[in-house]
Design a protein around this ligand. Structure first.
Ligand code: GLN
Length: 485
């Protein structure tokens, strides 16, 4: 029997609209699911009383004939990088332990305005740095399909919660793959919108020229619905785009016939897991059956993407994380020996990976090395962008694997930073070029782990990506499978 927590958000919305279920019931079921799946470590903070109060308010609106749309009364979760009025926001770090923001970030506010019920804050790699959630200061999240495996990162809790049914949809952030890669590891749909599409006001900054907010959900339709709620210009974020927000639901069912889909040669060279590769190849073929035309394209700078990304991201992080100094936010450790000692003792609360990145980034920006590293990386970034411009001259969107492997064992890569960084080879380029990217479940390995297919498109092509993803999804039942943690 399908249980409430197995429904998609739009299925739940349908039942709420018909009065078959109340938001209070859906929220209570979600809270029960959070309890039952606690061992997954998806949540860092659960706001049961706040969620039930929001659910009651939603039910009251509905009774008064004033329901607000498809998310009204739907329980959702937020990566713990989003500032939330009155709830803890730790960003997965000890340095922000006990920090409570005085306001909601714009995306959070918009979700709440749409009537969504915020259940709690989700686990993540500290300051969004990582690909496995193992860099969380509060312990890793686990993969609902196999708890010995990582859920991916850095939005690992956001992906695990959706897969486990402890949220109907979640928000994550993606700086180099942190929505798409965990979506692929957990068998859910994840969308990184175009840089600037969603406001980052009230989102703790990692690398400001790369960070973007986006949805993780059980299917493509739900992704479109959540994006609809959060997208759009925001006077509080000077980098947000003043570009009209289209109706993301409009072309969802338009199919893939006639689409030109590019296969970047450099993304299909091997080196990854052959089983994952075979599953992705089959999904690519399926697009041909759906009437899409496949074309081979080339992204020659792919080899430099990881190096370039890890220079730019660490440089920007070293600057962004200077604000955590024991004076303005969160924890202060003061041995009483002076200001410098206070900074040192406080900043010692950062975890190993965060410290590594601050040091790498500071080095890349320092006098004498700036031109050799940071400035060079910025030039390569321009080349990466040009690669995509050229490719999109020959096709409408690109198809690639999301990750070279399925979810890996906890502990397998955490001791080897370089190995961990290489897991991002297919995702970082989109961030450097500011492009939208979507990860869609496209099959399972023999071991029962999900595999993700990535679609990348030109700036503001979210409607096209959603439509192409939906065309595949409705012919394949992968997205309808549920983990049984
Ligand atoms: N895994 C990448 C990193 O560690 C991407 C992180 C992200 O997108 N936030 O930087």
């Amino acid at each position: 029997m399908t249980q409430l927590h197995d429904l998609t958000a739009h299925e739940l919305a349908g039942r709420l609209a018909k009065g078959e279920v109340s938001s209070r019931e859906a929220t209570s079921a979600t809270l029960a699911r959070v309890e039952a799946t606690q061992a997954l470590g998806a949540y860092l903070h659960v706001d049961a009383s706040g969620a039930l109060a929001a659910a009651d308010a939603s039910d009251a609106r509905r009774r008064a004939g004033a329901a607000r749309g498809p998310l009204d009364g739907v329980p959702v979760g937020l990566k713990d990088i989003f500032l939330t009025d009155g709830l803890p926001t730790t960003c997965g770090s000890k340095i922000l332990e006990g920090f409570i923001a005085p306001y909601d970030g714009t995306a959070v506010k918009r979700l709440k305005n749409a009537g969504a019920v915020v259940v709690g804050k989700l686990n993540m790699d500290e300051f969004a740095m990582g690909s496995s959630n193992e860099h969380s200061a509060y312990g890793p999240a686990r993969n609902p399909w196999d708890p010995t495996k990582v859920p991916g990162g850095s939005s690992g809790g956001s992906a695990a919660a959706v897969a486990a049914g402890s949220a109907f949809a979640t928000l994550g952030t993606d700086t180099g793959g942190s929505i798409r890669q965990p979506a692929s590891f957990c068998g859910v749909v994840g969308l990184k919108p175009t840089y600037s599409r969603v406001s980052r006001y009230g989102v703790i900054a990692f690398a400001s020229s790369l960070d973007q907010v986006g949805p993780l959900a059980k299917d493509v339709t739900d992704c479109a619905t959540v994006l609809q709620a959060v997208a759009g210009w925001d006077p509080l974020d000077s980098t947000s785009a003043d570009v009209p927000v289209p109706d993301y639901g409009k072309d969802l069912e338009a199919g893939a016939r006639g689409l030109r889909l590019g296969l970047p040669r450099e993304y299909f060279v091997g080196g990854g897991d052959p089983e994952v590769r075979a599953i992705v190849d089959a999904a690519v073929k399926a697009y041909e059956k759906l009437g899409a035309k496949l074309v081979e394209v080339s992204l020659p700078t792919t080899d430099y993407a990881i190096a370039c990304y890890y220079l730019i991201a660490t440089a920007e992080a070293s600057s962004n994380l200077a604000r955590f100094d024991g004076v303005r936010y969160g924890q202060r450790r003061d041995p009483g020996a002076g200001l410098r000692e206070m900074y040192e003792a406080t900043r010692a609360l950062f975890g190993r990976e965060v410290k590594r990145r601050i040091m790498l980034g500071t080095y890349a920006l320092s006098a004498g090395y700036y031109d050799a590293y940071y400035a060079k990386a910025q030039k390569v970034r321009t080349l990466v962008r040009r690669d995509f411009d050229r490719a999109f001259g020959a096709c409408d969107a690109l198809l690639t694997p999301t990750s070279p492997t399925a979810a890996f064992e906890l502990g397998k890569k955490v001791g080897d930073p370089l190995e961990m960084y290489l897991a991002d080879v297919f995702t970082v380029s989109a961030n450097m070029a500011g492009l939208p990217g979507l990860s869609l479940p496209c099959g399972f390995t023999h071991a029962g782990l999900p595999v993700g297919l990535q679609l990348l498109g030109p700036h503001f092509s979210e409607p096209l990506l959603l439509r192409a993803a939906r065309a595949y999804e409705r012919e394949h039942e992968w997205a309808a499978r549920r983990a049984r943690p």
